[in-house]
Design a binder for this molecule. Structure first.
Ligand code: GLN
Length: 521
């Protein structure tokens, strides 16, 4: 019955139909993904932890016990970014400092879908504390982009995006503070959505920058994105910044965009977009018009200040949030210390990676008494200006469209020595977080064999409008390509890229990565 089901193409919508119609058992479906993980994970490294035994066991239980009373998402194999705490399942946040952390509770977003009986396949790799745009900052080694193993999957939700793209998960949860769902979705050729700030509870999401962080879906289609979002969204008494959406998330059906007004921000298109990305973007804009919408140029004049403001605000919040990792309350503790102060210093010195330390130092400096107004205060004012730019724009247009990332996936190692070049990856996504708005990235074609992402941004709580438009556009784009697991660097140098399926081109990550610990799921 499962023959012919291709994990590179299967959607959650279709999988759900197969399960409900009894054409496939949850255990068979889960096996398809576990088999794919066994085939490609050595090369992709999308997971920090694969919970294979628990996934298989749980899927069998679903088959046995639930019968006709299956929940809406029952049996759907899912990857969870490793910054969402999962009771009984190690949660590392991509950091050595939480390398052995066993949470005693579960994040609300995860609890909700666990309540629906999804099957968790494992915890997805990520940049340490979600700081990064390439997943190279993970303490457990980088993830590789299944479209070309020489390139990065984007970040920080690179593990979640790569898992979906590589057919190692049906869909995934990620988090987005400055682009970390949308940018990896773009680079991996999948759909990724950052909901309006507050639409999804942050309870149990390890905090990076609390005024910016949002959990959201990474999926193969816009329909699947709506399906997952509608289960995780909603008010949560445990997160005082969460709110109920004005109306329930609808499953999109739109095929046309008649009457829709789209704005193209001059500043984004000018912001160093590479030619291949720009031409895919322009083709997609032409499709939008064919579907009955109008596109006009608009201005978001403070765009150039968004990135500098973000790199004050996010590190400032991070420096406060990360103060709790002191070797006493969580995870790792250094043994190289004789007294308490030395223990704090050694624990943090050994436990945090270089990017996290860089942000803590910037943030601490920006918040120090002599500089608070000059940096943090000023950045908050800039944030207001960025938000007002969007308010003004949304008085003229219904949605704003842009490329998601200025480039396609770049080579591993090519930006690690230059943090500023890395930060540029998020030039089109960061302003949206500063303004707290919802945005979605959908694949709009290939450039040089790599996927290009198209971003749609809406006013606060316009999730249904965004999903409807993205769904119609997705239908018109008709993106059907799937990753090839090639290695352009290996190919151009001869040998390494010709790896057999299952043969790693790189040494595998730390031992514990594939260890299927005796954990709950
Ligand atoms: N790349 C950005 C950063 O490094 C955004 C990260 C994110 O959205 N979590 O901060």
């Amino acid at each position: 019955m499962t023959a012919g089901l291709d994990p590179l193409r299967l959607t959650a919508r279709e999988a759900r139909r197969l399960l409900t119609d009894g054409e496939i058992a949850a255990s068979e479906l889960t096996k398809i993904y576990l088999d794919q993980i066994a085939r490609v994970e050595d090369r992709v490294h999308a997971f920090i932890l694969v919970t294979a035994d628990n996934a298989a066991k749980y899927a069998t239980e679903i088959d046995r016990e639930m019968g006709a009373t299956r929940g809406a998402l029952a049996g759907l194999p899912t990857a969870i970014k490793d910054n969402m705490v999962t009771e009984g399942v190690t949660t590392t946040c991509g950091s050595k400092i939480l390398g052995n952390y066993q949470p005693v509770y579960t994040a609300t977003a995860v609890r909700r879908i666990w309540g629906d009986h999804i099957v968790m396949l494992g915890k997805a790799n990520m940049d340490e504390f979600a700081m990064g745009s390439s997943t190279e900052n993970s303490a457990f080694g980088p993830t590789r982009n299944p479209w070309d193993l020489a390139t990065v999957p984007g970040g920080s939700s690179g593990g979640s995006a790569a898992a979906v793209a590589a057919g190692e998960a049906l869909w995934a949860l990620g988090s987005d503070t400055g682009g970390s769902i949308r940018q990896p979705a773009a680079l991996c050729g999948v759909v990724g959505m950052k909901p309006t700030y507050g639409a999804v509870s942050r309870y149990g999401l390890v905090a990076f920058a609390s005024s910016l962080d949002q959990i959201g879906p990474l999926t193969r289609t816009v329909y699947d994105c709506a399906l997952l979002l509608r289960r995780i969204a909603g008010h949560d008494p445990c997160d005082s910044t969460s709110v109920a959406l004005p109306s329930e998330i609808e499953l999109p059906t739109a095929e046309r965009l008649d009457g829709l007004r789209c704005g193209i921000p001059t500043e984004y298109v000018a912001a160093g977009i590479e030619p291949g990305v720009l031409s895919r973007f322009e083709q997609t804009v032409a499709l939008i018009e064919e579907l009955g919408a109008t596109c006009v140029e608009i201005s978001l004049p403070h765009t150039e200040y968004a990135l500098p403001a973000y790199y004050i605000i996010a590190p400032a919040e991070a420096s406060a949030n990360l103060a709790r990792f002191d070797g006493v309350r969580y995870g790792y503790r250094s043994v190289h210390a004789d007294d308490l102060t030395e223990m704090y210093e050694a624990t943090r010195g050994e436990g945090f990676g270089p990017e996290v330390k860089r942000r803590i130092m910037i943030g601490t400096y920006a918040l120090s008494s002599g500089y608070y107004q000059a940096y943090y205060g000023q950045a908050q004012k800039v944030r207001t200006l960025v938000r007002r730019d969007f308010d003004t724009a949304f008085a003229q247009v219904d949605l704003i469209v842009s490329p998601t990332s200025p480039t396609v996936a770049f080579c591993l190692g090519s930006r690690t020595a230059d943090p500023l070049a890395m930060y540029q990856s998020d030039i089109c996504t960061i302003p949206v977080n500063l303004a707290g708005l919802p945005a979605i990235s959908i694949p709009c074609g290939l450039s040089d064999h790599l996927p290009v992402g198209f971003q749609l941004v809406g006013p606060a709580f316009s999730e249904n409008r965004l999903l409807a438009a993205a769904h119609a556009l997705e239908g018109a784009i008709g993106f059907t390509a799937v990753p090839t697991f090639c290695d352009s660097r290996g190919a151009s140098h001869g040998a390494a890229g010709q790896a057999e399926p299952g043969a790693p081109t790189e040494p595998a990550g730390p031992d514990r990565r594939a260890a299927d610990e005796d954990q709950r799921r």
